[in-house]
Ligand binder design. Structure first.
Ligand code: HEM
Length: 215
């Protein structure tokens, strides 16, 4: 049987988009529960994960540059000289804290309701120039690379965890992997500019503005 999927709905209705991805990836409430169980394993290690992530991002000038230009919500003096910025600088401690909170929220979320989907979408959007005049615009290559790197860090922590049977561990690996691809899509849809929330309130027929390549 072939299920019909409406392109317009995919691009303006977050719940519809998520439902489609969930069916495609077979992401179910079981996966959410597995992520919640994984949270218990990961939470004590989140500071190490955040530190490792920012060590990586500061390890290349091309990714380091983004942390020298803007830090929304950070009240201290921002360091703008590349050689002075380290993972221990106040603005990076602030970023590490934001990433830690993000991971905690994602993994402990028990109900992937509309507010939560909106949150996942906002996090993606804020990395692009779609977010408004002051928004950062992180080139997608770095986003993709970081997703790969972050996922490896989490899988490695799970791999070395001893108090789990192989079947549960395997299901947890898959749940983590599904979450990464869903969150990645919620970044990508803003980068590809396919996402058009305004359309959801309009009855006008939608001209297909979809761009599948060439950012
Ligand atoms: C795995 C992919 C990524 C995730 C899940 C992620 C997550 C986040 C989160 C949760 C925030 C904080 C949101 C808030 O302030 O409420 C944030 C902000 C930020 N991220 Fe990312 N991020 C990712 C990739 C990257 C990459 C690759 C870079 C740069 C190379 C980057 C640079 C930044 C910067 C500069 C901010 C601060 C933006 C501002 O000041 O408004 N992020 N990110």
């Amino acid at each position: 049987m072939t299920e019909h999927i409406e392109l317009k709905q995919l691009n303006n209705n977050l719940r519809y988009r998520f439902d489609y991805l969930s069916k495609f990836l077979n992401f179910t409430s079981d996966d959410i529960q597995l992520l919640n169980r994984f949270a218990v394993i990961l939470l004590p290690r989140i500071p190490v994960v955040a530190d490792t992530v920012y060590r990586k991002l500061l390890g290349f000038d091309i990714t380091k540059q983004y942390f020298l230009i803007r830090n929304d919500g950070f009240e201290g003096n921002i360091i703008k000289k590349p050689t002075s910025l380290t993972t221990e600088s106040a603005q990076m401690t602030f970023r590490k804290d934001m990433l830690s909170r993000y991971l905690k929220r994602v993994l402990t979320q028990t109900d992937w309701n509309d507010t939560f989907l909106q949150f996942l979408s906002q996090v993606g959007k804020m990395h692009t120039d779609q977010s408004g005049s002051e928004s950062i615009n992180v080139d997608y290559i770095h986003i993709n690379a970081l997703f790969g790197y972050l996922e490896h860090l989490l899988l490695d922590i799970l791999w070395s965890h001893e108090n789990l049977d192989d079947k549960t561990k395997n299901l947890m690996f898959m749940a983590i992997n599904k979450y990464f691809w869903i969150q990645n899509d919620f970044f990508t849809m803003h980068y590809l500019k396919v996402w058009n929330e305004e359309d959801s309130t309009s009855n006008e027929p939608v001209v297909n503005k979809t761009k599948y390549c060439c950012l």
